[in-house]
Design a protein around this ligand. Structure first.
Ligand SMILES: NC(=O)c1ccc[n+]([C@@H]2O[C@H](COP(=O)([O-])OP(=O)(O)OC[C@H]3O[C@@H](n4cnc5c(N)ncnc54)[C@H](OP(=O)(O)O)[C@@H]3O)[C@@H](O)[C@H]2O)c1
Length: 434
């Protein structure tokens, strides 16, 4: 059967990983498909300096992505550039030339995936974006095919390998956030500018895509409550362990009677929870279905080859659809309601809370804090204090019984004015049932 031809734009980590697999695994891929996939065009700004696998054979190289999207010998364009500017033009250009598209771009798909998908459907082409969330975990295939017969009620994930690496290093070895971040940068796990990862923005984009797939809603990423991990200290793990918990950056989407509640934030989760066993740069997603109950997916969240597998598998799926003449018909975004969903503020959620303080020690501190909690009708559950000699910077923890986030925020705001505090209290939800 006739080959399907691929043009690749972007020859960085993911682009080169994809090319390696397409070259080394070409025979298996052709056997599985019943026809070969052939790379005909590759593009990057510095394409001449790229070492391409020899077995790819003759490939047209260009520095202009327009050559790829308009090339007559390209059936599928793989957009592996990233960002929301050039990448958007590449995908638009490909759709305009009626080429199918595979992308690894979480940022762009989180922002305007619904619109891109609608255009792809109108143009009668295929689109796939498996690599955009959790690199090597085939979670799109799971949500769109594997468990699509279920009705999803909740989804929880560790979606950012960099932050998970930092948190688990702090947990296992101690060390400040800054020291562990510097180590992560040295090892290549964190970017020179780490804010997309450590401030939660990367996980937010991924959650927006996953929640769209799981719930059929068009999610606006800026509606997702997002908090990063910069304020977590090694001491928080010691206290969390005392409480039988650990700390992870949890991306969560929960269906409630009023609508979806979405957040990305550090939270205490029980040490026995399956998500607590996710360590280092790994990712995991736990999906709760109304009929099928719990399923759990685990794997590498990034890296040239794991992400390359996701891209190659998408290329294979799209190639099959091209061969069978089956274009996209239903968008994975907004299949339930075509309008925008109504976000439910996270402040309505009831949780137990972990409040960590750093104070200059003096009499009356607990009474002052307990007084504010009582004023806000929040029940104090326990006070924990690990031995510490430094009375000028004394950490301790108060846990509060379940209350709304709105009430805790008010209490924290009021507590922040107290002059014995060295910094505002750190408030983390204690996630039940994870
Ligand atoms: N890295 C991962 O593990 C991972 C995991 C999951 C998803 N992703 C996603 O995959 C995408 C690619 O990530 P990456 O890590 O491979 O990025 P990267 O290493 O920075 O590679 C980007 C590539 O795009 C090329 N490029 C940039 N602007 C271009 C333009 N105007 N015209 C042509 N080529 C251009 C660059 O060319 P030059 O090399 O010539 O400068 C480079 O080859 C992103 O959307 C990212 O979010 C990455």
């Amino acid at each position: 059967m006739q080959e399907v031809r691929v043009g690749i734009v972007g020859l960085g980590n993911v682009g080169l990983g994809t090319l390696t697999i397409l070259a080394e695994n070409a025979e298996q891929i052709a056997l599985k498909l019943g026809f070969p996939l052939r790379v005909t065009v590759v593009c990057s700004r510095t394409v001449a300096s790229k070492a391409l696998p020899d077995s790819l054979g003759e490939v047209y190289k260009t520095t202009d992505w327009r050559d790829v999207v308009s090339h007559p010998d390209v059936d599928i364009v793989a957009e592996l550039v990233g960002g929301t500017t050039v990448a958007a033009e590449i995908i638009e250009g490909a759709i305009a030339h009626r080429k199918s598209v595979v992308t690894a771009n979480k940022e762009l798909m989180a922002l305007c995936g619904a619109e891109i998908w609608a255009r792809a459907i109108r143009a009668g082409i295929n689109l796939a974006m498996e690599a955009s969330v959790a690199g090597g975990i085939p979670i799109h295939a799971v949500l769109r095919e594997g468990i699509s017969g279920d009705r999803i009620v909740g989804l929880y994930g560790i979606l950012n390998g960099t932050t998970n690496f930092i948190l688990t290093e702090m947990e296992e070895r101690g060390g400040s956030f800054d020291a562990v971040l510097a180590e992560a940068q040295r090892l290549g796990y964190a970017e020179a500018d780490p804010s997309a990862d450590v401030d939660g923005w990367d996980a937010r984009s991924k959650l927006a895509i996953l929640a769209a797939l799981a719930f059929g809603e068009k999610i606006t990423p800026s509606d997702i409550y997002t908090e990063g991990i910069r304020r977590i200290a090694a001491i928080d793990f010691q206290y969390a362990h005392r409480l039988g918990h650990t700390i992870r950056l949890v991306a969560s989407a929960q269906q409630t009677a009023e609508g979806l509640i979405l957040s990305v934030r550090p939270a205490l989760i029980p040490q026995t929870a399956i998500l607590a066993s996710v360590r280092g740069a790994y990712n995991a997603i736990w999906v709760k279905g109304r009929y099928g109950a719990d399923t759990f997916y685990y794997g590498r969240g990034a890296g040239p080859l794991p992400t390359g597998v996701a891209v190659v598998s998408d290329l294979m799926r799209v190639a099959r659809e091209i061969r069978s003449g089956s274009p996209e018909r239903v968008s994975p975004f907004a299949h339930e309601r075509l309008g925008e969903y109504r976000p439910i503020p996270v402040t309505r959620q009831r949780r137990a809370w972990y409040l960590r303080f750093r104070v200059v020690d003096r009499p009356g501190i607990i009474a002052a804090l307990a007084g504010i909690l009582a004023e806000k009708r929040i029940s104090l559950e326990a006070v924990l204090q690990l031995p510490c000699d430094n009375k000028a910077d004394l950490p301790f923890v108060i846990t509060a019984e379940p209350t709304t986030e709105a009430a805790i925020r008010e209490a924290v705001k009021e507590m922040s004015r107290l002059d014995f505090l060295l910094e505002p209290p750190l408030a983390l939800p204690i996630e039940p049932g994870l």
